[in-house]
Design a protein around this ligand. Structure first.
Ligand SMILES: [Zn+2]
Length: 452
């Protein structure tokens, strides 16, 4: 068993379900239960979905692995949002202690009702003065799962379990590469390499949003006097965001907008519908227009790496009972955007189409934070160097949204790269090819070794 595989199996066994996917009514109980959860057998954990929530187990474990390899470790507090009580600001590092001793533990719950979530950051300093920083940035959270998916299973050259490809495979490949680099004879003399395990990618990307707020990682960031070790005057020249791309270097992905459209009518008795105005009927026309005319229009504009933008009417609700003419109906659409498209532009486009058809609907946004498209300049020297280093000749794009767009919007040129296939992500029998995992680690290690 390789080091990468062993680490991945250990990570799969540490549940890190994004709390957003754990039923609300049990989260409160979970927070009280966290202290004794570690002592529970896995079967008992399986029966308590709330015990699977949060990235803390992952962050603590990775911190100890990194510290053993001689990397400098720190944590960056991200959530809860109520930072005032801690007397600190979001995005600040919690500990600037590189050596995991008695002080080197992650921040603990401040009281029983907190579910503390923080990025774990491990850095390998170059021999000489730092001239540039490279970021390896996979996420720590996963989507929901039942208890059996936290027992890693090896079969036919694959490792099965929640997070195997999305994206604990990338976590294992990236951190193992960095740990091996730390022990290697030849390593960069002027490039600092930072592993950042990020929280909350699967929901609102709070981890990557906090990371780019940190001055040390902004491309043109100024040294931050007050933030301990997270100070730097040099540039973060490239972020490699870990997601299953089948080891292709991805420079573009679509953005995602969730918009709600609401039609209004006038209620009346179901026996005399002629006295009312039916909001569901109005919405039926809106849905038809979006799924036919609008979708066809979107198919006409194609991005060279991403193809066309799309629209999906994913949810609908309206009406109270059969014998009332409904006065309200609402849909939620998922509009996948291409680089260059903005939310304001999409709203204008839909509003104009509705108006042309004599329809009216109120449009509002339902996402917590913007999920913009990614388009990194493929001509950037380091991006080209990475592409050559992994033996790829053409750039690739993917449909799915990830942290790369957030880091990129924050000023860090970002690409997506990792072992595994997105086709297995979020599925009940998630797996990763062990050959792909090992190859991913080796490709990363070779690239890092080639840096100045
Ligand atoms: Zn992912």
């Amino acid at each position: 068993m390789t080091r990468t595989e062993k680490l991945l199996a250990e990570l799969i066994a540490l549940p890190s379900v994004n709390p957003a996917f754990v039923p609300k009514n049990v989260v409160g109980t979970a927070r009280r239960a966290v202290r004794w959860e570690a002592e529970l057998p896995s079967a008992a954990r399986a029966a308590r979905p709330y015990l699977l929530a949060g990235e803390k187990r992952m962050a603590d474990f990775l911190a100890s692995v990194a510290a053993r390899a001689g990397l400098e470790v720190e944590f960056q507090k991200v959530l809860p949002a109520d930072f005032k009580r801690w007397g600190e600001t979001p995005g600040e590092p919690v500990l600037a202690d590189g050596h995991l001793g008695s002080r080197g533990r992650s921040p603990h719950q401040t009281n029983e009702t907190d579910l503390v979530r923080y990025n774990v950051i491990a850095r390998l300093l170059p021999r000489n003065k730092i001239r540039q920083t490279i970021l390896l940035a996979p996420h720590l959270d996963t989507v929901g799962a039942d208890g059996s998916q936290f027992v890693p299973r090896r079969k036919n050259g694959r490792l099965y379990g929640r997070g195997a490809c999305d994206t604990k495979g990338s976590v294992a490949a990236m951190l193992t590469a960095l740990c091996e680099l730390a022990k290697a004879k030849s390593r960069p003399s002027e490039t600092e390499i930072v592993f950042a395990g990020l929280v909350d990618e699967e929901n609102a990307q709070a981890g990557s949003r906090a990371l780019v707020r940190c001055p040390a990682f902004r491309r043109f960031g100024q040294p931050a006097a007050a933030t301990g070790r997270l100070k730097a005057g040099h540039q973060t020249v490239l972020a490699i965001v870990g997601e299953p791309t089948r080891l292709r270097v991805v420079t573009a992905h679509k953005g995602s907008l969730w918009l709600q459209l609401e039609t209004r009518g006038r209620a009346a008795h179901g026996a005399t519908p002629q006295f009312g105005q039916n909001a569901v009927h109005e919405m039926a026309r809106v849905v038809d227009m979006l799924e036919t005319e609008y979708a066809a229009r979107l198919r006409k504009q194609r991005h060279p790496l991403l193809g066309a933008a799309t629209v999906n009417v994913g949810m609908i609700s309206g009406g109270a009972q059969p014998n009332i003419v409904p006065d309200r109906c609402a849909i939620t659409i998922d509009r996948r955007t291409l680089p260059g498209e903005t939310e304001a532009g999409v709203r204008r486009e839909i509003t104009a189409l509705l108006r042309a058809k004599g329809l009216s609907a109120k449009i509002s946004s339902t996402k917590l934070a913007p999920c913009v498209p990614l388009e990194t300049n493929p001509k950037l020297p380091l991006v080209r160097h990475f592409l050559r280093s992994v033996g790829q000749t053409r750039f690739a794009g993917v449909d799915f949204f990830c942290d790369a767009a957030v880091l990129s919007a924050g000023g860090i040129p970002s690409v997506v790269f990792g072992p595994g296939d997105i086709a297995q992500a979020h599925t009940a029998d998630e797996w990763i090819s062990l050959a792909s995992l090992e190859r991913g680690k080796n490709l990363l290690l070779n690239f890092l070794k080639s840096l100045p």
